[in-house]
Design a protein. Sequence first.
Length: 584
Amino acid sequence: MSANPRHKSSALLDGPDRAVARGMMKAAGFTDDDLKKPQIGVAHCWIGTMPCNLNHRELAQRVMAGIRAAGGTPLEINTVAINDGITTGTEGMKTSLVSRELIADSVELVARGHMLDGLVTISGCDKTIPAMAMALGRVNVPGLSFYSGSILSGKCTKPSTLFEGRKLTIQEIYEAVGAFNAGRIGADELLDVENHACPGAGACGGQFTANTMATASAMLGISPMGFNDIPAVDPTKGDVAFDCGRLVMELVRAGVTPRDIVTRESFENAIAGVVATGGSTNAVLHLLAIAREFGVPLALEDFDRISRNTPVLADMRPWGRFTAPEMYEAGGMPLVARHLHEGGLLHSDALTVSGRTLGEEAQRAIERAGQEVIRPVTAPVKPEGGLAILRGNVAPGGCVIKLGGQKKILHRGPARVFETEEAAFAAIKAGTIRPNDVMVLRNEGPRGGPGMREMQLVTGALQGAGLGDSVALMTDGRFSGASHGFVIGHIVPEAVDGGAIAVLRDGDLIEIDVENRRLHAEVSDDELRERLKGWTPPLPRYTDGVLAKFARLVTDASQGAVTSASAQAPVYSTFHSTQAKETT
């Protein structure tokens, strides 16, 4: 089967009437021969503010060489990125989730405006991966997604009471901050971890959000299986980038678009891959957003259903022993897919950009002898997956808890309420949080933040202070993929929308029951209604600019926290106050 490989660009570049377009393209270095070939966008997120995307320019050149070798004309496209690790715990973190929308919008605009025939997207840090997938779903020209790779791990160079012999990732810096503030390590040890946890280019090295979404992209079928696993600085990364360029030309000539590949079954495969590797809770938010752009129905219950039936197979950070480069060396996502395939836990006939089915890709996996990172379904790390969806009077619209390495399934304790992440962090630093407390962080949701900040500074501080196993934390914000502990995020409705989290008080008893998927405040519905009657939504923190625009347009977390003029408000079934919603 073949298609018109210039199905878009011919209208932009062909014929006497398009001489102005051709003249301007020639000024940028393109020749007549270049302009007669399929025009293929190579969109990446190089930015000089972080290690995650430092290799994007180099990889883009290799992708572009592959496109030229296969008979196409590549056009380089650059967009922005925000680093969660750098901005965490500050006002700057409010921009992170917003950047996902901006990246998707910018790539979509260039692809539509310059009438591209095909598209290769290169992504690195957390929000860039779902953003690029969203753009592929919107534009729907032949294309694929390519992840620029994980950073390698580091190691301490000085004796360490907590981190000696441990492979360092960004997770250890967060925990070292908490340990320093708790008096468990000194300034020299903190500095040693800081100096060596991030040794070069690449995104955070555990099964944190970037690597989670990279593996999800492969399981979704929009990334070539195995390509994303290769670490950023591995010499073969450039070789597979070149192959991406050749592959996109095959897709263009065959007329195969992302929506021809990605189906409902593809999303279920992606969820299975996420929960089997103990991936980030952010995958829930991002896969919901991607599904929306592909026109595929997906709901919170799908994550819970698949997680209950899918074991954890990869023993990965932040809760396990191994880093992303070690998972790659063990056999990577192809091996995870093979075990899921053999266990009957995949839609193995789902298509991928390689032209092979996911089952065929899984059967090509190569397992390193003696590896301990990825287990078969007959001997899993845990019998059930790494995520669960809870509901109850605090979260009638749902919330997400990460279970990867979590053995605890029940917690009941008094609420300690904080209006901001900064206030919660200060309380941990001051030593006022006690075992069995339930920290409640509100006004950090998509609209209320705005921007739905990650609470990584707080979860890292809890771990560093030795409170990770005894204190629960719940928020209408979200968590870093590096977070671990008994933590719950994405509470819907969020505080600013009049959810119960807005009126919880210090001392209210909170029960978190994972087995029964329940998050419940031991406060009667009548009492919650009365509290809401006396509650006034906080004034918007921003009244103009990009954050104000995001707050006006964003959906709630159960819909992926996307910006959309057509989003429909869900109906919540409990005490939830109509009066409260009307006031906002």
